[in-house]
Every structure is written in structure tokens, then in C-alpha cells.
Design a protein around this ligand. Structure first.
Ligand code: GCU
Length: 341
């Protein structure tokens, strides 16, 4: 796998160096659209991207061919975003944690216990008109988010059982390469070790870290359940993944073409969301029965209390998240008992 990654990266570099920038490569008269992502070919996001490809090729197949590169083949999230930024590739799927350094409004999704229900999370993310304002925040960086994908709820998992925040003390936990996630894990009382997704398995296996935090699919699709046998439902974050496109490319499309790409993006989200819950259920069964992972139900309130001050601290430090935060609170209230009263 590593060899293949190196080969692909080298091929891409060679293409760029010879002046055939990845962005403008043409085969059989068709413009090649390259999309990079970090998941396996069975992951809901890959299935969503196949729909994206299908729709574009059905409508604009005489002009465009879409190629999807899964499994971090073109590099881990940060690198793949940079390739999208420069136009070496056209699209990438990455979590918002990776966008924080480009537009700090995205820090909000790293805030612990931001959404109080899945319903509120989905309602906010599906409010395309509202989210489009947020998506424009990386225009200066040269890319634009087109749509979101559900990446579930994030929880701690480790080589040791975690029942209360006390159990996190002294543990070294991998976090995404995001300043806000580092702060969050520290607030929980653990040591934070930022690294890319693809490095996590080996780091746990070699004892470099004690665990990580993610959704259930990380246990199966990424095989982390082979090396970390305890998954605790403390539910600290719902962090969406984003389909990100090179802005120059998007702006080069005619109005009709742009509409097709945007339609394709929304269709890909529909497919991804429809598949998500079922894949999580399957992953739980496989992790428990075949990999011997123990799922631990914890008192979520105790974890919530532990990081109580983090939301206010983040709001104070980053005024750019205030408006979105207030909007999310309104949506949260619709789905909580207090809100219903
Ligand atoms: C999830 C998420 C990815 C993210 C990864 C991580 O798999 O879907 O976008 O990169 O977690 O923790 O790095």
C-alpha cells in the first residue's frame, strides 16, 4: 500500500512538473476530475462519491471523467487539502478539524458537546442556505466546501477501558491535527497526540499512544478494533466531513455545469447519509463479535461536566464562531425537552 501511495504521489508530481498540472489533465478529450479521500472503498463516503461521479458523468460525460482515490492514496487529509488548494487535484473529502487552520469558523465543530442531538446536527448541516455562508469562508484559501457527509459521533477508544474521565488521566490519545481538538482532549485530562488518520493503527499497536477517538467505523474500516479493545460511548463530538473543491476549477465551470456539480454533491450526501446508520450497526456487530471489542456505556453527563468551561472559553477566544454557535443553540432547543416546553 505504501509503495502504491508513493507511486501515485510521484506520478502526480511528475505530471505537475512537466507542466501538465493535475488540474488540467485531459484524457480522450475529457477533463479528468480527481477526488481524494481517506476512507476505504466500502465506506459510506466512497459510495456517496460514486454517486457524485455517476451523476456528473451521466450529465456531462462527454466532457468530464471523475476518478476517485480512496485510502489516503494521494496523501493524508492535510496534504490532500493542499493539493486541492493548488489545483493539483480538484476535490478532497476531509473533516472540518483539518479546515481550522484555513478558516477558524470551523473550530466550532471541535467544540465538545456542541450538538445536543443527532436531529439538531442533521438539521443544521442540511440547512444548505445557512451552511453556504460558512462554506464561503475558505474562498481566500482557494477552495470551497460543496457539501457535508455524516461522520457520526466521536467517542474514546483505547487499549484500556474508560468508564469515567478519571480513566483518561495519564493516557495518550490521538487527536486530529486541530488545535481545538488538542485543547478538548487536554480538558478531558488526557495527553493529546495529534497525527494523521492513517498513522493511528500503528501508533496504537506499537504503544506510542493508548487510544484515539472516533466513530465506530474506525474500528472496522480502519481496523483499529484489532489493536484497541475498549470503545466508550462518551459522545463528545459530531464532526462532519466536507467535500471540498478547488475554487478556480469551480469558478471555471459554466452556470449549467456548476449546477450539475452542486446537484451531484447533494446527491452524494443523500447516498452517504442513507448508508451511514446501517454501516454503523454492522460495524458494531463486527467489532464486538469478530474483533472482541467491548462497547462501554458511560454516564455522558460526567464527561460533559469535565469539559464544562471549554465552550465558553472557545467563544471568548474566537468571535468568528459566535453566530453559528447561537444558531446551533436555537436548533438544539427544538429537540430538547426545555425547548419543547
Ligand atoms: C473520521 C472522519 C475523517 C477523519 C478521521 C480522523 O474517519 O470521517 O474525516 O479524518 O475520522 O479522525 O482523522
Amino acid at each position: 500500500m505504501k509503495g502504491l501511495k508513493r507511486f501515485l504521489a510521484a506520478a502526480l508530481c511528475a505530471a505537475m512538473l512537466t507542466g501538465m498540472s493535475g488540474c488540467t489533465s485531459v484524457t480522450d478529450g475529457k477533463r479528468i476530475i480527481r477526488i481524494a479521500h481517506a476512507q476505504s472503498e466500502t465506506h459510506p463516503e466512497h459510495l456517496g462519491l460514486l454517486k457524485f461521479k455517476e451523476h456528473i458523468e451521466e450529465k456531462l460525460g462527454d466532457k468530464y471523467e471523475v476518478q476517485i482515490f480512496p485510502n489516503e492514496l494521494l496523501g493524508a487529509a492535510q496534504r490532500a487539502i493542499e493539493l486541492t488548494q493548488t489545483g493539483a487535484i480538484d476535490f478532497v473529502v476531509a473533516g472540518t478539524a483539518n479546515l481550522e487552520t484555513f478558516a477558524n469558523v470551523y473550530e466550532i465543530f471541535s467544540m465538545p458537546y456542541l450538538f445536543t442531538s443527532e436531529e439538531a446536527y442533521h438539521e443544521v448541516m442540511n440547512d444548505t442556505d445557512y451552511m453556504n455562508q460558512v462554506y464561503a469562508s475558505t474562498d481566500e484559501a482557494g477552495f470551497r466546501v460543496l457539501t457535508w457527509y455524516n461522520a457520526g459521533t466521536r467517542n474514546f477508544y483505547a487499549t484500556k477501558p474508560i468508564h469515567t474521565p478519571e480513566d483518561l488521566k495519564g493516557l495518550k490519545m490521538r487527536v486530529q491535527q486541530s488545535p481545538a481538538s488538542v485543547n478538548m482532549v487536554k480538558a478531558f485530562g488526557a495527553a493529546a497526540s495529534p497525527m494523521s488518520f492513517g498513522e493511528v493503527y500503528t501508533a496504537i499497536q506499537q504503544g506510542v499512544i493508548d487510544g484515539a477517538e472516533n466513530n465506530e467505523l474506525a474500528l472496522t474500516n480502519n481496523k483499529h478494533g484489532e489493536v484497541a479493545k475498549y470503545f466508550s460511548y462518551n459522545k463528545h463530538q459530531m464532526v462532519p466531513d466536507m467535500l471540498i473543491g478547488n475554487l478556480k476549477f469551480l469558478n471555471s465551470l459554466s452556470e449549467e455545469e456548476r449546477a450539475v456539480f452542486e446537484e451531484a454533491a447533494l446527491l452524494s450526501t443523500e447516498v452517504e447519509l442513507a448508508d451511514w446508520d446501517q454501516q454503523v450497526e454492522e460495524a458494531k456487530k463486527i467489532a464486538e463479535n469478530d474483533m472482541g471489542v467491548e462497547f462501554i456505556d458511560v454516564d455522558v453527563q460526567v464527561f460533559r461536566d469535565k469539559v464544562d468551561g471549554v465552550q465558553d472559553q472557545m467563544l471568548e477566544e474566537n468571535p468568528n464562531i459566535r453566530e453559528l454557535y447561537d444558531y446551533i443553540q436555537e436548533v438544539n432547543a427544538k429537540y430538547t425537552e426545555e425547548g419543547a416546553e
